[in-house]
Design a protein. Structure first.
Length: 90
């Protein structure tokens, strides 16, 4: 079975860098434990439909991780990380 790797886009890395240290560590730990080397990245996420069609959302407390799942490359590309109230406005 194929195992996915996680890559952060520069926009996601910039968003993570702006977060407080405990929040950043919590989100990165969640990514490491739930997405890195997983066989099915869709089981913890929700498929977005409207303006973000094709992207997936992962919930970590009050924060959301927006990602693209590229099955052909076996990669999860993290696009953005932000509070749930703000992440969908971008």
């Amino acid at each position: 079975m194929k195992k996915y790797t996680v890559n952060l886009m520069p926009t996601a890395q910039k968003a993570l860098d702006k977060l407080d240290e405990p929040v950043r560590k919590r989100i990165l730990k969640w990514i490491r434990n739930n997405l890195e080397e997983c066989e099915n990245p869709r089981w913890k996420g929700t498929n977005l439909i409207n303006h973000s069609k094709g992207n997936w959302r992962y919930r970590v407390g009050d924060y959301r991780i927006i990602a693209q799942i590229q099955d052909d490359k076996v990669i999860i590309l993290v696009v953005d990380v932000d509070k749930r109230n703000d992440v969908y406005k971008k």
